[in-house]
Design a protein around this ligand. Structure first.
Ligand SMILES: Cc1cc2nc3c(=O)[nH]c(=O)nc-3n(C[C@H](O)[C@H](O)[C@H](O)COP(=O)(O)OP(=O)(O)OC[C@H]3O[C@@H](n4cnc5c(N)ncnc54)[C@H](O)[C@@H]3O)c2cc1C
Length: 431
């Protein structure tokens, strides 16, 4: 029995670890599960060079951030670990309470001690409190003993203090899983309604089960090639395998960072996004971005990164139709009127907090609009069922594509929990 997992990020690495652990403990009833993880990007040392593997989509109105490498986008995460979409999934009949607990334990989710809060975050927390907003510490999958605050979380942690999916991949390898890197899967092979393998360039890999975990922009492309996703009505084509159609949509948790000058504050050298205020449809986090410095320079304000204090405004954005997706630059994510209203509400509060924290308002600038949590392109109830199964027998999805709504919050824990849930379903089916 060979199981192929396509993609090694939050979803794929978890499935590889879970299935391979089971194969070596003998719980597979002697079936001999062979786990093969196929990753498009290279194997990397995420403590050194994760930021080299950003594969952002800049042509979209909202720039979409992601990476292509072993460990996927988890290698550049800010280490934020929150349960997201628990209620929405429960309404769909998916109870992840056990999986969340396990994920929190394995990733080491906790808030960091006061020693890991610098001047910038403290000032923002205090200013928010003065204005009547309670800013809480962010739960992190960062080991406080190894963490030397440096502001480099989203470049790859230089001290290996932050969990990334590479840890799960190492576990999977120890369990006997085989990992192939630098191998983009181009096609899923289906015969008589059953998955039988995948193809990468001129290579064919046979499989009894395939789990797609190539991320919310690549997984739907692979599904689309099988006719398992319909695109816009003008390009819709009928296939043998599809029995219903939908138009794929996307959300990205759209965000901006606004900031201004506060001499010597050095937020850029602190643990990224170490606190939060959650509103109904948006969340604020202390956040430094180099784009703020660049924007100031364009406005004729010369400043150093050490002198900038900023706040990220991240919204639960509306899902919009994703576009053709045949190539990366055909992925379209725009801003709706509701998104614009939420961004401006958040920016108004962020501005008030920054002013109270001591930032000179005449220096305020905003980054362009971005999103780092693409999802929803192969939703539960549309492209996959409650068991994360597609209409092709043996073909499953475990990544951000299946998320049923914009989380407006860090999705890694939820994706890991869903991948654990799927692993259990697959193993139960094998017994
Ligand atoms: C800068 C940044 C900071 C973030 N910070 C946080 C945070 O603090 N907390 C949080 O919860 N979330 C965070 N996120 C979001 C989080 O990283 C993603 O939501 C999550 O990693 C998505 O998991 P996934 O399994 O869907 O995809 P990914 O983790 O992106 O993995 C997809 C994998 O598939 C591979 N792949 C793609 N196509 C193919 C193919 N054809 N064949 C084989 N392999 C393929 C890719 O190379 C990649 O390794 C952040 C994202 C970014 C960009």
């Amino acid at each position: 029995m060979r199981i192929i997992i396509v993609g090694s990020g939050a979803g794929g690495a978890t499935v590889a670890k879970e299935l391979s652990a089971n194969a070596t403990t003998g719980n597979d009833n002697g079936r001999g599960i062979e786990v093969l993880l196929i990753e498009k990007g290279p194997a990397i040392d995420d403590s050194k060079d994760a930021s080299r593997y950003y594969a952002n989509i800049r042509s979209s109105e909202v720039e979409i951030l992601r990476t292509f490498c072993l460990g996927g986008s988890t290698t550049v995460s800010a280490g934020n670990g929150m349960r997201a979409l628990e209620k929405e999934l429960s309404v769909l009949g998916i109870d992840l309470s056990e999986e969340f607990k396990e994920a929190e334990r394995e990733l080491g989710v906790r808030t960091l001690p006061d020693s890991h809060f610098g001047e910038g975050t403290r000032r923002i927390m205090a200013a928010a409190g003065d204005l009547g907003f309670e800013m809480k510490k962010m739960p992190k999958f960062i080991d406080p003993i190894r963490c030397v605050p440096c502001g480099k979380c989203s470049f790859g942690c230089p001290n290996n203090a932050k969990w990334s999916a590479i840890e799960f991949i190492k576990d999977a390898e120890k369990n006997g899983a085989k990992i192939i890197t630098g191998m983009p899967v181009d096609n899923i092979i289906v015969k008589d309604g059953e998955v039988v393998g995948v193809r990468s360039r001129d290579k064919t890999f046979r499989a009894d089960i395939v789990v797609l975990s190539a991320g919310a922009l690549e997984t739907p492309r692979l599904l689309k090639k099988q006719g398992l996703l319909s695109m816009s009505s003008s390009t819709r084509t009928r296939t043998r395998t599809r029995t219903h159609t939908h138009t794929p949509r996307i959300f990205v948790d759209t965000f901006i960072t606004i900031g201004g000058i506060l001499k010597g504050v050095r937020l850029n050298r602190e643990v990224t996004m170490n606190a939060l205020i959650a509103f109904a449809d948006f969340t604020l986090f202390p956040h430094f971005s180099n784009h703020l410095v660049k924007r100031m320079s364009v406005s004729g304000i010369k400043t150093s990164p050490d002198d900038v204090l900023g706040i990220m405004v991240k919204i639960k954005d509306e899902e919009v139709e994703v576009g053709e997706m045949a190539e990366a630059d055909e992925v379209k994510k725009g801003i709706t009127k509701k998104d614009a209203v939420l961004l401006s509400e958040g920016a108004a509060i962020a501005g008030a907090i920054l002013k109270r924290a001591g930032v000179e308002p005449s220096s305020f600038v905003s980054t362009h609009v971005r999103g780092a949590h693409p999802g929803g392109t192969a939703m539960i109830g549309e492209a996959v069922d409650k068991n994360l199964a597609t209409e092709v027998s043996g073909l499953y999805v475990a990544d951000a594509s299946v998320l049923p709504a914009s989380p407006g919050a860090p999705p890694i824990l939820t994706i890991v929990a869903l991948a654990k849930y799927l692993s259990r379903i697959i193993l139960a089916d094998l017994t």
